[in-house]
Design a protein around this ligand. Structure first.
Ligand SMILES: *[C@@H]1O[C@H](CO)[C@@H](O)[C@H](O)[C@H]1NC(C)=O
Ligand SMILES: *[C@@H]1O[C@H](CO)[C@@H](O)[C@H](O)[C@H]1NC(C)=O
Ligand SMILES: *[C@@H]1O[C@H](CO)[C@@H](O)[C@H](O)[C@H]1NC(C)=O
Ligand SMILES: *[C@@H]1O[C@H](CO)[C@@H](O)[C@H](O)[C@H]1NC(C)=O
Length: 191
């Protein structure tokens, strides 16, 4: 009896649909990531060609998604695996940019601090509505990425522009949470 309930529960946990209640907080994130704001705060406010250092795995683009999604049919991904990565990488990117910005920099005060809060709000709802299945063993290629993302003695940093971090976050969001966005939004094919 108990066992069958567990199985049922586990079945629910792997449901691949995005809970509709997530779309509110996610749309708020999207509004703050719109192209006008990204350009103003992430490009115009920085010196030309300014870059910061990130782990290679913190570059998460549409191409990564299609590569990961198709690269091994024997260990299929759940949508959730990629959404988790997206969330972590986006938050990490914001932290990295904040770390190099002076306390009074307008991008910090008028944009990124708020954006960070919006991501944290989203994360709260996401974890609540979509609790992790702690027993699930991640596909190896996903686990490898997590290992690299959290590696202490990381070597081989990559230079990227601050804007590219949010550009990638925006595009991959539209691909990974399709249910939350209307057809009129910029439609990024996941391919
Ligand atoms: C982006 O958001 C800002 C502030 O809400 C708004 O003024 C601007 O028109 C928006 N840009 C686009 C392209 O939607
Ligand atoms: C910025 O980078 C571009 C492309 O790498 C280069 O052509 C340009 O000269 C650089 N601008 C400055 C001001 O360094
Ligand atoms: C995305 O692909 C680039 C190479 O194009 C790679 O360096 C990076 O680690 C990949 N990111 C993830 C999260 O797998
Ligand atoms: C991953 O591949 C599956 C099966 O081909 C497809 O249904 C799904 O939409 C893909 N997911 C993404 C995020 O591209």
């Amino acid at each position: 009896m108990v066992q069958s309930e567990c199985r049922l529960l586990r079945g629910l946990l792997v449901c691949m649909c995005v809970a509709p209640q997530l779309c509110g907080p996610l749309n708020t994130v999207r509004e703050s990531l719109n192209v006008t704001l990204r350009r103003r705060f992430m490009k115009m406010n920085f010196p030309i060609n300014y870059t910061i250092q990130v782990h290679y795995e913190e570059v998460f683009r549409l191409r990564n998604i299609s590569r990961l999604n198709t690269s091994n049919e024997e260990e299929p991904l759940q949508e959730r695996d990629l959404q988790d990565l997206w969330l972590w990488v986006s938050q990490q990117g914001i932290k990295r940019i904040l770390k190099v910005l002076p306390e009074r920099h307008p991008t910090r005060r008028k944009y990124l601090s708020n954006l960070q809060n919006l991501f944290n709000n989203f994360e709260g709802s996401y974890n609540q509505l979509n609790p992790k299945d702690e027993e699930r063993i991640l596909p190896e290629r996903i686990q490898n990425i997590w290992d690299r993302l959290t590696e202490q003695d990381y070597e081989g940093w990559k230079s990227v522009t601050p804007k590219s971090i949010l550009d990638n976050s925006y595009r991959t969001m539209l691909c990974l949470f399709k249910e939350c966005f209307s057809k009129e939004d910029d439609n990024y094919d996941c391919k």
